[in-house]
Design a protein around this ligand. Structure first.
Ligand code: CA
Length: 411
């Protein structure tokens, strides 16, 4: 990869290096919501660049509160915009000398949901996670269901409750069946949990009946975000048979606000796990379809320091994004720009890398100790959950920033 040097002061540990340049929607006290690109601790105002005609795009497309219309211009255009901004931030003086006001301090900006999510699907594609959950509920000999190595298992989630980092949630209430009880009770969930995931944003429509092949699936992926799939384990346990997750999941799902493009992640491709038994032909793929992205989760109790409770990696995923898209469309289901696909909880091979409290505390039997000495088996009120992720190789760092949200008491 060519070495790039930017005139913007980018801290060495910044996720938003000159090689990254993710897209998001931001606003400030002076600027209405609009498209931006992150660089270090700054945001490039893309709408402003279009207004002064440095970007050959109708500014109205960039002065919106979602990126959907921008994404619909197609990857050739969105990639070209990213390339222009990269040039402006390196060895072109047009922005630096003539329009310094188009570089906004991140500290002055509010980040918004980057896209309007039409439909949201969550997969279950980490073999370590599926094995852990299956072991807890069915025993080690029946941990994986018979379909698991043949199908990227998923369910349709709720798009309306997807929220950006920084928006707090309330502990949900619902029906739970207490242990040894004979009838369910209505109460605030006592088992609120996070799930460490990534999600990808669909960048190209398909028509009803059309299939996406694993060969060109990446043409349909605009980029990725971090994703916290909040879960209420007690509500989920009582409701999930036979149709799967419902109110135990739909109360909120948090995403990081910057969409990291697959181009930015290209340098970090790695091979995925060997899939045995062989998958059906429509799920076969070639090349490196996984990405080496280090992920971590911290819990910060009220008035205490945060503590990292999990370190995992996206490279562990058994089913890759291309297979997920191929499977999702093999029945003719159409994709829409802005649709979001969750990876499923990303657990690694040992208990320091498990992606949920359910696994870390092994169904509530092994408490975790926080920085202030208090213990957790599930989340308590006023706990803040922070997820971070980045790829790093050859001195090049490309990251997601963070997704952060606090659990407030039930309403
Ligand atoms: Ca999930």
């Amino acid at each position: 990869m060519d070495k790039l040097t930017t005139w913007v002061n980018v801290p060495a540990d910044s996720d938003f290096s000159i090689y990254n340049l993710p897209f998001g929607i931001f606003s400030t006290s002076d600027l209405s919501p609009r498209a931006g690109i992150a660089i270090g601790n700054k945001i490039v105002d893309l709408a402003g660049l279009a207004r002064v005609k440095i970007l050959p795009i109708d500014p109205a497309i960039l002065e919106q509160n979602t990126l959907n219309d921008f994404i619909s211009l197609g990857k050739a255009t969105t990639s070209a915009v990213r390339a222009v901004v990269q040039r402006l931030l390196c060895n072109d003086d047009a922005l630096r000398q003539n329009y310094p006001q188009l570089l906004v301090d991140m500290a002055d900006a509010t980040m918004h949901l980057p896209v309007q999510v039409g439909d949201y699907t969550d997969f279950y594609s980490s073999i370590e996670h599926a094995t852990n959950i299956g072991t807890m509920f069915r025993g080690v000999d029946n941990a994986l269901m018979p379909n698991w190595k043949h199908i990227p298992v998923g369910y349709h989630g709720r798009a309306s409750s997807i929220i950006p980092s920084g928006v707090d949630i309330h502990r949900p209430k619902g029906q739970v069946m207490p242990k040894d009880a004979t009838a369910p009770v209505f109460q605030a969930s006592g088992r609120v949990d996070f799930e460490l995931e990534t999600a990808f944003i669909v960048g190209k429509d398909t028509t009803l009946g059309e299939n996406i092949s694993t060969k060109n699936a990446e043409d349909y992926i605009f980029g990725m975000v971090l994703f916290n799939d909040w879960s209420a384990r007690d509500i989920q346990k009582w409701e999930y048979v036979p149709l799967g997750p419902f109110l135990g999941k739909s109360f909120a799902s948090s995403i990081s606000p910057w969409i990291v493009t697959l181009e930015a992640l290209e340098h970090f491709r790695v091979a995925g796990p060997v899939q045995e038994p062989a998958v059906l032909p429509y799920l076969e793929y070639s090349g490196n379809k996984n990405y080496d992205i280090a992920l971590e989760v911290s819990i910060q109790p009220k008035d205490a320091e945060e503590k990292v409770v999990s370190r995992s990696n996206f490279k562990y995923m058994y089913w890759n994004m291309a297979q997920q898209l191929a499977h999702h469309t093999i029945n003719g289901c159409n994709m829409k720009i802005g649709d979001m696909m969750g990876s499923g909880t990303i657990s690694g091979k040992d208990e320091s890398s498990y992606g949920s409290m359910l696994e870390l505390s092994w169904a509530g039997t092994k408490p975790l100790t926080m920085a202030d000495g208090s213990t957790r088996v599930f989340l308590k009120d006023y706990d803040t959950v922070i997820m971070r992720g980045h790829a790093e190789k050859d001195g090049i760092r490309v990251g997601f920033g963070e997704v952060r949200s606090q659990v407030l008491p039930a309403l």
